[in-house]
Design a protein around this ligand. Structure first.
Ligand code: PLP
Length: 310
């Protein structure tokens, strides 16, 4: 196990700043727009995209203690936390939504977590929903045997993570007018917007249904920075029915984008962002001469739910 002194994130050689790649896409070019891809998916082969930006500061705070975090059966965040644990010699515990999964063979995502040394602790859905309640959390940690652990919330979005994501915005200063980003918890957007320069704006595409995200992002910015920061807005039209819903139209769009540009398109988040940006470009939402950067926050994982639920 690591001690605080030998936790060396730089030894993992993250590719930072992540590459910024201009691509030729006629759906943008014909409107007088430039499209850039901010390749956060290339930061690290296993701590991909916003996972690096959110986890790195949390691992530093954990300082060698067990890291406990939460996720569903296909959570990118659980996989990244497990990989970080293996790479850095930190014990990790994943609290997984769905007691019933405990008796089934692990799906490929959870199997990867387990192979990386993460101890999986399954809880029923009602407990999982109430995990922010301090009594419920204490009980979960007790039964998981992880009372002294550093707790990272579902999706990894706490104040440390949000401050970590500010660097994403800083890397884009002077490079784009509008920065598009897919949102789950909104933590990455909260940090990104805070790091952009005045005059730049962030545009979030929520992948969940619900319309609750603005208030959550305001709360995250309040906790991380003491108040609202940067210019940001959300467009709620591109969730395609909700989390991990990947109807044929979206899948076909993503496949076409991959063929046009040779960039792998993660379906649960990134495909919805790119679809949203292409739609907005077609609607004339961006003035001629605008440079749009799309943040590629993830990479497809084999047999993610998108390939199962179609
Ligand atoms: C690939 C990918 N993109 C975007 C996000 C959204 O990040 P956030 O929860 O900070 O909004 C996630 C969530 O973890 C993700 O896995």
């Amino acid at each position: 196990m690591s001690s605080p002194d030998d936790l060396d994130l730089a030894a993992l050689h993250p590719r930072l700043p992540s590459p910024l790649q201009e691509i030729e896409d006629d759906r943008f070019a014909r409107r007088g727009l430039r499209l850039l891809l901010k390749r956060d998916d290339l930061i690290h082969p296993e701590l991909i995209g916003n996972k690096w930006r959110k986890l790195a500061p949390n691992l530093a705070v954990a300082a060698g203690r067990t890291v406990v975090t939460f996720g569903g059966a296909y959570s990118n965040h659980l996989r990244a936390t497990a990989a970080a644990g293996r790479l850095l010699g930190l014990p990790t515990v994943g609290v997984v939504r769905g007691q019933e999964l405990a008796d089934r063979p692990l799906n490929p995502s959870l199997a990867r977590c387990s192979a990386d040394g993460m101890r999986l602790h399954f809880v029923d859905r009602s407990t999982y929903r109430r995990k922010a309640d301090p009594d419920v959390l204490a009980r979960v940690l007790r039964t998981a045997g992880a009372e002294d652990a550093h707790v990272v919330p579902e999706g990894g979005s706490n104040a440390e993570a949000v401050r970590g994501c500010r660097a994403l915005g800083e890397e884009l200063r002077g490079r784009a007018d509008v920065v598009g980003l897919a949102c789950g918890t909104g933590g990455t957007l909260a940090g990104l917007a805070a790091g952009l320069a005045p005059g730049q704006r962030a545009l979030g595409v929520p992948v969940l249904r619900g319309g609750f995200l603005s208030a959550d992002i305001e709360g995250l910015q309040e906790r991380a920075f003491g108040g609202r920061r940067g210019s940001w807005a959300l467009d709620d039209r591109f969730h395609f029915g909700g989390y991990a819903r990947v109807p044929g139209e979206l899948d076909a769009f993503a496949e076409d984008f991959e063929e046009r540009h040779g960039v792998p398109v993660e379906r649960v988040y990134v495909a919805k962002l790119l679809y949203g940006l292409v739609t907005l470009a077609g609607e004339g939402a961006f003035g001629r001469g605008t440079t749009v950067a799309a943040v590629v926050t993830g990479r497809p994982f084999p047999q993610a739910p998108s390939t199962v639920s179609r």
